[in-house]
Design a protein around this ligand. Structure first.
Ligand code: PGA
Length: 266
């Protein structure tokens, strides 16, 4: 078994938004490596930490990673849930939010751009997934972000605000929902937007959430940045206003890199 840690809250501006450092393992890791990675991260989560830690392994590792996380504050999430409102039934290959919850996970990603692009997930589908996740007691990490073409044509803000409107359920709160802004062109490419661009989009997201959910909830909701976050750029990205954490892909597969990112917030 791994380790126990405690969290404290950090003051960010006028808000109490604790940063969330989240790893998206994507379709990686077999049993032995995945369990080892989870245990290494749990071992590093010692003492009082001013941020939350979440890892999202593939379904096949959820059980082991939840077990490794027992007694620690490392949170575990899935990477996807079904969009059907049914809890169970004839949906071959699908996994419902209640099943993920039953595994001991607390979160799930929904609407990651790889799912939007490769598996045809529309805002309407992402909305259904997020609604099911929330209904069944998970925190939905709703991913949004523009393509390079959309950015180059000056439509980045329109795209992300439309995605917020289309895929964030009205029942979303700061407790059951996190937004992850991930420019599609920054994912796995080593490219990151300028600080100004990140700040502009995050502010626009916060404003759209305010329209959708009201200022009180919108102020408390965490908005993560994702896309080529690594130890060398994490401090800068996480220091930008309205950036309340990071969703990390490639660099979350090595505990040293994942933790080096988290440690920038100590
Ligand atoms: P990356 O992926 O950190 O490898 O760019 C981020 C993500 O897809 O969530």
């Amino acid at each position: 078994m791994c380790y126990i840690k405690r969290h404290t809250k950090t003051m960010i501006g006028e808000n109490m938004r604790k940063k969330l450092i989240a790893g998206n393992w994507k379709m990686n890791m077999l049993q032995a490596d995945g369990t080892a990675l989870a245990c290494e991260i749990v071992q590093k989560c010692r003492g009082d930490l001013p941020f939350d830690v979440l890892v999202c392994p593939p379904y096949t590792l959820l059980s082991q990673v939840v077990e490794a996380a027992q007694g620690s504050k490392m949170m575990v999430g899935a990477q996807n849930v079904t969009n059907t409102a049914k809890l169970f039934g004839a949906y071959t290959g699908e996994i419902s939010a209640i099943m993920v919850k039953d595994m001991g996970a607390t979160h799930t990603l929904v609407g990651h751009s790889e799912r939007r692009q490769m598996y045809g997930e529309t805002d309407a589908i992402v909305l259904e997934k997020a609604s099911n996740a929330i209904r069944d007691g998970l925190t939905a990490v709703i991913c949004i972000g523009e393509t390079l073409q959309e950015r180059d044509s000056g439509r980045a803000l329109d795209v992300v605000t439309a995605q917020i409107n289309g895929s964030v359920p009205k029942i979303a709160t700061d407790k059951n929902c996190v937004i992850a802004y991930e420019p599609v062109w920054a994912i796995g490419t080593g490219k990151v937007p300028t600080n100004e661009d990140v700040a502009e989009v995050h502010q626009a997201i916060r404003m759209e959430l305010t329209k959708l959910l009201g200022a009180t909830l919108a102020d408390k909701m965490r908005i993560l940045y994702g896309g080529s976050v690594k130890p060398s750029n994490a401090a800068e990205l996480l220091g930008i206003q309205n950036v309340d954490g990071a969703l990390i892909g490639g660099a979350s597969l090595k505990s040293e890199d994942f933790w080096a990112i988290a440690e920038t917030q100590l």
